[in-house]
Design a protein around this ligand. Structure first.
Ligand code: GRF
Length: 215
């Protein structure tokens, strides 16, 4: 077996995606080593999840820094010392500065609750409902300095049904997310998916099969 994929996972809140990744590692489905869970929020439940599973945590509160650049530089120095293969954003509610993104070029991955490039930013479910969309979805993408605009790694869609609420879309989206994030990390770990020069390459076998959870 090849070396485990080393990860630093950044969370600000509940961390249900973090939990899905932890579960995939613990079940043996994902060959990865979660080096640390980092948060900007002492109260993030994701920190509790990490601790329960014996994963180190590190918290640095953005409110302790006057500027985004100062905060990101502290985060950068710490993560450089960890030197993970990938930085996985899992509900990390902060925009990262270009200097930080450049320091980990093509090594930062994010999950976003919409079919990018549609509905970048916050409150995607409400905006999808307001616009009467029939389809909604989840995107996993590489992070670049343009918000929610980096190369897409994987997407899955689901129908918006008449009368759906924000909570229902959130629940359906989360169910997909919890399959997709571990899956993408498995593909990276198995070299079925490679990222080179900011481009995403898929092993032929992945291109031949429909993505199983694209409803
Ligand atoms: C997810 O919906 C993800 O798409 C977005 O933030 C949310 C995080 O949820 N980026 P959780 O903390 O993993 O439960």
């Amino acid at each position: 077996m090849s070396d485990p994929l080393s990860l630093a996972i950044l969370v600000s809140g509940s961390g249900s995606n973090l939990q899905a990744i932890i579960d995939a590692v613990e079940s043996g489905a994902l060959n990865a080593d979660i080096k640390v869970v980092v948060s900007n929020n002492h109260q993030a439940y994701g920190l509790v999840r990490a601790t329960r599973h014996g994963i180190p945590t590190w918290v640095v509160n953005n409110r302790d820094y006057a500027t985004r650049e100062q905060y990101d530089s502290v985060l950068q120095h710490y993560l450089e010392s960890v030197n993970p293969d990938y930085i996985v954003l899992a509900g990390f509610m902060r925009i990262l500065s270009p200097a930080f993104i450049n320091a980990f070029k093509h090594r930062i991955i994010n999950i976003h609750p919409s079919l990018l490039p549609d509905y970048k930013g916050l409150n995607t479910h409400q905006r999808v409902l307001d616009n009467g969309e029939k389809q909604h979805g989840v995107s996993i993408h590489l992070v670049t300095s343009e918000l929610d605009a980096g190369p897409i790694i994987m997407q899955a869609s689901y129908p918006v049904l008449p009368g759906n609420s924000v909570e229902e879309l959130q629940r359906t989206g989360h169910q997909l997310e919890h399959q997709m994030y571990p899956q993408v990390l498995c593909w990276l770990s198995d070299n079925k998916l490679t990222i080179d020069g900011g481009q995403v390459f898929y092993e032929q076998s992945l291109l031949e099969q429909p993505i199983p959870f694209n409803s």
